[in-house]
Design a binder for this molecule. Structure first.
Ligand SMILES: [Zn+2]
Length: 258
């Protein structure tokens, strides 16, 4: 699949993405024109129907596969109010494939031709149900066209170090504040509004694009930004410390450009 144009949709409540820099990076790396658009739901002037669909796609029980939820008025209102500035601190789970489909259905037919790729940033956390362990898992990226990158998923989906969770339970049971703990583990996981998000989203954006254009989207090497990290420390290693494609994927990139 060849891409002739990319649209990236900003999530203005997370300016740390630095969407303009990402756009320039993608344009330079892929030699494809990239256009930045505002928040997806604002760009397409989303209405109550979209709010209803979003509210219907919420996941309430992470241990059962998706069942369409009949939303309350309050939930619909909430979605409508948070199309753009969705920066509340309560994490709401959405079925990732439903979320992707809602977004796809909004994009007009003429913009869904195979040459146009849409990359949507959102704070909404898409999750997918895994039949291996019978539960939902948060996702940083739902790969397809459109692809959806969740800024909440980048923070919440890859796990923090095991020792962090152990210390966290102790800290909470002793009634202590988590701030000191976070300081102790600083640099070992990303936090909300982390300044490193700008770098990390580059890897996720390329993962989504490689998924769409090649049969070889994810890498086994932690030195490659296409590495599908399950741990925050691995994410930071592949995106920040390495920050580049491995030789194999660099070659694929060159052939994509040719
Ligand atoms: Zn690679």
């Amino acid at each position: 699949m060849r891409i002739s144009k990319i649209f990236v949709y900003d999530e203005s409540s997370v300016p740390e993405i630095k969407i303009d820099e990402l756009s320039k990076f993608l344009q330079k790396t892929l030699c494809i024109p990239v256009e930045v658009r505002e928040n997806f739901f604002s760009h397409f002037k989303s209405d109550k129907n979209t709010a209803y669909s979003l509210a219907s796609s919420r996941v309430f029980n992470p241990y059962i596969p998706f069942e369409k939820h009949v939303p309350t008025e309050e939930e619909i209102d909430f979605e409508e109010k948070s199309f753009e500035n969705n920066s509340n601190s309560n994490i709401i789970l959405y079925d990732g494939f439903e979320l992707q489909k809602i977004i796809q259905d909004i994009i007009p037919e003429e913009e869904l031709s195979s040459g146009i790729f849409h990359l949507v940033f959102t704070t909404r956390l898409g999750c997918t149900y895994d039949y291996d362990d019978y539960r939902y898992h948060g996702r940083a990226v739902i790969c397809s066209n459109p692809s959806v990158i969740s800024t909440t998923g980048i923070i919440e989906a890859p796990a923090k170090p095991r020792e962090y969770y152990l210390s966290m339970h102790q800290t909470i049971s002793q009634g202590l504040n988590l701030d000191a703990l976070k300081e102790q583990f600083q640099g070992r996981f990303l936090e909300y509004h982390d300044k490193n998000l700008a770098q990390v989203v580059r890897g996720y954006a390329l993962q989504a694009i490689f998924y769409y254009t090649t049969a070889d989207p994810f890498c086994d090497s932690k030195e490659c930004i296409l590495y599908n990290a399950h741990w925050q420390e691995d994410l930071i290693h592949s995106q920040m410390q390495s920050g580049k494609l491995c030789g194999h994927h660099q070659k694929i990139l060159e052939s994509m450009k040719a």
